[in-house]
Design a protein around this ligand. Structure first.
Ligand code: KG4
Ligand code: ZN
Length: 349
């Protein structure tokens, strides 16, 4: 029996809809991004994001169903991101999903945003290079987004343990803050990647490497010291009346972040005996990180799976995939959780 879910995601500045079949097939995926609007302010303005979601929700839901070629009667459930995220943004998606579920008599499945990111790896486009097989358990999962940097140990869909997290900034947050510091547009992540690609090896060699926080004995991360190091370097160069080599600084910053992420993820996977590493979240779209992880994990014979970039950044397809494994958590009386949330990523736990 097929299981078709209409999924909605509205935790930050994207309002997205998707129809997913059996947790694998992407029948439709529509993302209305507001990046252009928030770029003016150098970051996401929560009040603006929520209001834009209200404008986008009906057209996105309609476009999603049209693109899937399905009517409401052909759906088996509605899924929605319950949190974590911006309260006002989440409320729009959750209330739209609740209303649709109640009006159509469909079960409503709440999904933890981080679980969503990870389950992008279960979708067909992420499986293609692996002969369509799902990621094998046990695995180590790295989530790197604008709000989270976490390592999970997954023995099965419902046996998940968080083994590490950032002690300060999330990796994406560090990219965005350093991008701003270097005068690049928001969001800084893709801009830093672009700038770094323009740096010639001799330009990079002219700058000393930036620090790496290893936090030995833990699987935790820290990126705020690195951000401060970039700030101090930039100040020093400017005080000397010299121009800042933005591409080279971007490359040095990216190198520090990706080195720590790849090294610590590989060490955790080796220590715990994982059969595979999966990566997810907006920063997983970064090609230097994908490369660093693949290279480091190849040394210990571990495959690394990362979804295509469009499924790394916020989307609703990933929410529909996660929902397939959380059908028993369906409930109509859900509320949002914003900054905090359950420690492990099952929304019901
Ligand atoms: O997962 P996501 O779309 O939203 C959150 O859940 O936070 O992640 C957004 C983050 C932003 O910080 C953005 O700068 C970063 O992902 N990002 C990247 C790249 N694309 C997006 N960071 C580095 N390189 C990229 N190519
Ligand atoms: Zn996200």
């Amino acid at each position: 029996m097929t299981f078709r879910v209409l999924a909605l995601e509205s935790s930050c500045d994207e309002f997205a809809g998707a129809v997913i079949e059996d947790g694998i097939e992407v029948l439709a995926s529509v993302v209305a991004t507001q990046a252009g609007i928030h770029a003016r302010y150098g970051g996401v303005v929560p009040e603006v994001a929520g209001r834009e979601h209200l404008r986008n929700l009906a057209p996105v839901m309609q476009a999603t169903l049209e693109s899937a070629g399905l009517g409401w009667d052909e759906l088996d459930a509605i899924a929605v991101t319950q949190g974590p995220g911006l309260g006002g943004s989440l409320l729009v998606g959750v209330n739209a999903a609740k209303t649709a579920a109640w009006a159509r008599g469909l079960p409503l499945i709440p999904v933890h945003h981080i679980a969503g990111h990870l389950y992008a790896n279960w979708l067909r486009p992420a499986r293609d290079e692996w002969d369509d097989s799902p990621p094998p358990f046990p695995l180590v999962a790295l989530v790197v987004s604008g709000g989270h940097t976490e390592l999970f140990w997954m023995e099965d869909h419902d046996r998940v343990e968080r083994i590490g997290q950032t002690r300060d900034d999330a990796a994406g947050e560090a990219f965005d803050k350093v991008g701003r510091l270097l005068g690049l547009p928001f969001p800084g992540g893709p801009e830093i990647e672009r700038a770094a690609k323009q740096a010639a090896p001799e330009q990079i060699a002219a700058l000393d490497p930036l620090p790496r926080a290893w936090l030995p004995g833990t699987h935790d991360f820290s990126f705020s010291g690195l951000k401060t190091a970039v700030l101090n370097r930039v100040r020093k160069i400017e005080a000397a009346g010299e121009p800042v080599d933005v591409p080279a600084m971007a490359a040095r910053f990216q190198e520090s972040v990706t080195h720590v992420l790849a090294e610590k993820t590989a060490r955790a996977a080796e220590e715990l005996g994982a059969t595979c590493v999966i990566v997810a979240g907006g920063v997983a779209a970064n090609s230097a990180l994908r490369e660093a992880l693949r290279e480091r994990c190849a040394e210990i014979g571990l495959p690394v799976r990362v979804p295509p970039p469009r499924l790394c950044t916020d989307n609703a397809a990933m929410i529909g995939a996660a929902a397939c494994y959380r059908r028993s958590e369906a409930a109509l009386d859900i509320d949002v959780f914003s900054t905090s949330g359950p420690a492990v990523f099952s929304a019901g736990s």
